[in-house]
Design a protein around this ligand. Structure first.
Ligand code: 2AM
Length: 188
């Protein structure tokens, strides 16, 4: 059976995307070799599922429909810029999202439980809500990027109401991943 590479994520509204696009353009000026995630593809991943069977995707969708239907909407704030694992060795440039407790935490818990229900192993890494802006390709000469991240650390992208989450497929291509929204799970 053909599997699909999938993940569960929260989409961002247009005004936030515009702010992220402007921030990305500013950081790109560093000239450091990195693959920049275009603003239309930036999302908040709740759970990366990897390759799953279409049957499991259907089962997962049923569970998510049921559980998210009872969820309250909540507000998130997009703010701050940093790097994983740290600014000395930036590998991933991220933008912060919070608060991580409350609605975001319970929306994440639903995604995690659903993933385990279809037989996936529990996620070992602690959930760290972030938006990936870039993946750094060049470990040397990163000083200009670090400088720009530091200068923009007070970045504020605005707030938005989360009214649902979605299941996405991800196809890896030479031009980067192509994401497709497969199904929406709207809150009550
Ligand atoms: P990231 O933003 O931190 O890279 C689609 O690939 C989404 O799933 C991305 O947002 C990515 O998170 C997330 N993801 C989590 N674990 C992943 C993995 N092992 N491989 C690819 N993407 C992963």
């Amino acid at each position: 059976m053909r599997t699909m590479r999938t993940f569960i994520a929260i989409e961002l509204p247009e005004p936030i995307r515009r702010e992220l696009a402007a921030l990305g353009a500013a950081l790109r000026q560093s000239g450091v070799r990195a693959s920049w995630v275009t603003a239309d593809r930036i999302h908040l991943t709740l759970r990366f599922l990897g390759e799953i069977d279409p049957e499991d995707a259907d089962h997962l969708s049923e569970i998510l429909t049921q559980h998210y239907a009872g969820h309250e909407s909540f507000r998130l704030r997009v703010a701050g810029v940093g790097a994983f694992p740290n600014l000395k060795r930036p590998s991933v440039v991220w933008v912060g999202v919070g608060p991580s407790e409350g609605g975001l935490s319970s929306a994440h818990a639903i995604a995690e439980t659903a993933a385990q229900t279809i037989g996936l192993a529990p996620e070992k890494k602690r959930f760290n809500a972030h938006l990936t802006l870039a993946r750094v390709r060049e470990a040397r000469d990163i000083a200009p990027l670090v400088e720009l991240i530091t200068r923009h650390s007070g970045f504020c992208g605005g707030e938005f109401d989360v009214t649902g989450v979605a299941l996405f497929s991800s196809k890896l291509t030479p031009n980067g991943p192509v994401y497709k929204r497969l199904k929406d799970f709207l809150f009550r």
